[in-house]
Design a protein around this ligand. Structure first.
Ligand SMILES: *Cc1c(COP(=O)(O)O)cnc(C)c1O
Length: 384
């Protein structure tokens, strides 16, 4: 059996040709493919505006800047996420406040967020960054209500969940990143995510002001738009109006993104099938807790099991060339965040989850026999 990773990109001949076409064209960066990708992505998600950027972390950084995070501003996020969800608060000078997860969904626990908001001096918490962890959509309608009570904004980290959704109180589907409840949402196009650009990211929003600000911040804070200029000296003239960055995506990456996006729903369908096969296989295995049955709208970026024998299982699978992974080491326990006073015991549910969690192979091109082999190895290990 070839090595089986936990996640993997799927590049087709069509993808390759799309990239090569751009390499032969006039624009390598900020050409027509960027706008085309943004438009197609906004349509896919169901939001008004999309801004393509160089990666998901840059997307998060621009979001905290656009929302005006500054020195001492506190922002709440989950400890069970990739570090970037928290780091973006620090980039802008803010302070990270972790709140624990819900043991059933693994998502930021809204009751824990409410406790933090209640116990903090009024106005000190500026925002909340929930994560659609593993592809499961956060109920943003509930978060919006809470955020409004405390005057907070919301950035949805939807890196795991393009195509995911939750059902709102009116029975309507609400796609991850659609901007109906959160001010801003972000996605990543790293190869392990659903849509691969190599490196790449996207910000989605329905707020035109934030959209304009993001466009400016993405390109050094520079504009050439005659409507926005304070002066105008001629055709060459531009102004740097904000301290922005170079967070542009290249045109050939955008071409890859467009091509990949066309297959996004097929990939999602396959991910859901794979999840169902795992669920069924593990229901009878007492040592293994699967991912809480079928959840409508789950994007299944990851398929996570919980087991007391996690380390043993991880090592056992490696012997058989199956490279499972742990998502994630709690961010508050990283040495960087420990220096701000966070310590073991602060997030008991996240910490217990971390002791038990393991992500099994989950990607659209995972073959049936590879999944069967993975399941067999997991069950064999449990029987030992
Ligand atoms: C991948 C990821 C990011 C960062 O995206 P990059 O494109 O790798 O910078 C942020 N948050 C979450 C939850 C992620 O999975």
């Amino acid at each position: 059996m070839n090595p089986i990773p936990y996640g993997r990109q799927n590049i087709t001949q069509e993808d390759i040709e799309a990239v090569v076409d751009v390499l032969k064209s006039d624009y390598l960066t900020q050409g027509p493919k960027i706008a085309e990708f943004e438009k197609a992505f906004a349509e896919y998600i169901g939001c008004k505006y999309a801004v393509a950027v160089s990666n998901g972390t840059a997307a998060l950084h621009l979001c905290t800047l656009a929302l005006g995070v500054g020195n001492g501003h506190k922002v709440i996020t989950t400890p069970i996420t990739f570090a970037a969800s928290a780091n973006c608060i620090r980039y802008a000078g803010g302070e990270v406040v972790f709140a624990d997860i819900d043991p059933k969904t693994y998502l930021l626990d809204i009751s824990k967020v409410e406790e933090v908001l209640k116990s903090s001096p009024k106005g000190t918490i500026k925002g909340i960054i929930p994560v659609d962890f593993a592809g499961r959509a956060v109920n943003l309608e509930a978060f919006r209500k809470l955020a409004d009570q405390y005057g907070c904004w919301i950035i949805e980290d939807a890196c795991h969940a393009p195509g995911g959704y939750f059902i709102d109180s009116k029975g309507q589907k609400q796609n991850c990143g659609n901007g109906n409840y959160a001010e801003l949402a972000i996605f990543s196009f790293h190869p392990v995510k659903h849509i691969a650009c190599g490196e790449g990211g996207m910000i989605t929003t329905n707020d035109e002001k934030l959209y304009q600000k993001l466009l400016l911040l993405r390109t050094h804070g520079i504009t050439k738009d005659p409507k926005l200029l304070q002066e105008n000296h001629g055709g060459w003239y531009y102004e740097m109006q904000e301290l922005g960055f170079n967070y542009r995506l290249t045109d050939f990456q955008a071409a890859l993104g467009i091509s990949q996006l066309k297959r996004a729903d097929d990939g999602l369908k396959r991910r859901r099938e794979i999840a169902m096969v795992y669920e069924k296989a593990f229901t009878e295995i007492p040592d293994i807790k699967g991912q809480s049955g079928f959840v409508e709208g789950h994007g299944y970026h990851l398929y996570i099991i919980e087991t007391e024998k996690r380390k043993g299982l991880y090592d056992f699978l490696r012997e058989y060339n199956i490279f499972s992974q742990v998502h994630y080491i709690p961010v508050h326990l990283m040495p960087y965040y420990k220096q701000y006073g966070w310590k073991k015991g602060d997030m008991p549910i996240a910490e217990k989850y971390y002791e038990r969690c393991l992500s099994l192979p989950m990607y659209p091109t995972l073959k049936e026999d590879e999944q069967e082999f993975t399941i067999k190895c997991v069950i064999d290990f449990c029987k030992k």
